[in-house]
Structures are given as C-alpha cells and as structure tokens.
Write a protein that binds this ligand. Structure first.
Ligand code: MG
Length: 165
C-alpha cells in the first residue's frame, strides 16, 4: 500500500442575500457565503485537501472563478469532479476530517447531513468522513460572523506504488 496525505483551507465572506451552503447542505440563516460558486467552504477545503494529496495544485487552478461555467456551481459537484481525478490516479480515500470555524449559526443539527453528503462523494463509510464545528470565541472575522473558514485533511491509499519525481 502507498499513502498520500493532503490538507486544505478555505475562507469566504458572509453577506446578506446569499444561501448558506455547507457540506452540500443548505443551512437556513440570515447570511450566506459570497463567492463565484455556491461558496461552500467545506467542499472547497476538502477539494483542496484531495488535490494537495495528489500533488495537483489547488481548486483555483482547476476551477477558475473567471470561468462562467462555475458561476453559482454546486461545490459538492466540483468535489465530485476532484474525486474523479483521485480515482483516475488509482487512489481511494481512507478517511477525511474537516473543521468549520463559524460563530453563527449553530451547526450541530446539520453536521450529520453534511457527513452523509460528503461520505457519499468521497466513497467512504460515514465514519470515514468527520465534521467538526467550532466558533471563533467572538474573536476576529470569524467571531464577528463576517466570514467562515474551513480546514480539512485527507488520507489517500493505493495498492500500486507510485514513483514520486
Ligand atoms: Mg473557496
């Protein structure tokens, strides 16, 4: 077995008049994340972690925000495209772990639905896709609910041995 690890971080600004989509789940709230796509920070952090593990750069390179095809795109669908790259390289996801840093709203009731969505896309058991949420302790842009941040790590595994150059 050969393993590769990847890490991803994403930040988006919160504004009124946008849907709040996290891990492919629409969370009812007065503000949503601003971005070219649906600005789902969790999917973006996970996509970056997968691309990182593959050594294939970041989602900005693969899905440029200057490209009208990605306007209001579902980031869960973009994550699916990234997973196709993972599989094309002969890898599978062992497990993934993500953290959402958000002051508001309370996310506890939505974490399970996010886990189910993401586990399905990453083709892991639900226990292989962990979601954590924490506030910003009222500090900084997260604490003032001006934006959200997500972080993710993934471990990929393959039966073949890949030569790193
Ligand atoms: Mg993003």
């Amino acid at each position: 077995m050969s393993f590769r690890i990847g890490q991803g971080v994403d930040i988006h600004r919160l504004v009124p008049g946008r849907k709040l989509v996290l891990g492919g789940v629409e969370v009812p709230w007065e503000k949503g994340l601003l971005g070219h796509s649906d600005a789902d920070v969790v999917c973006h952090a996970l996509s970056n972690a997968l691309l990182g593990a593959l050594g294939e750069g970041d989602i900005g390179q693969h899905f440029p925000d200057s490209d009208p095809r990605y306007r209001d795109a579902s980031s869960l669908a973009l994550l699916r495209v990234v997973m196709e790259k993972v599989k094309a390289r002969g890898y599978r996801v062992c497990n993934a772990d993500a953290t959402i840093l958000a002051q508001q709203p309370k996310l506890a009731a939505y974490k399970d639905a996010m886990r189910q969505n993401l586990a399905e896309v990453l083709e892991v058991e639900p226990s292989g896709m962990n979601i954590k949420a924490t506030t910003g302790e009222n500090l900084g842009f997260i604490g003032r609910a001006e934006g959200m941040r997500a972080e993710a790590v993934v471990l990929l595994e393959t039966a073949h041995t890949e030569t790193l150059d």
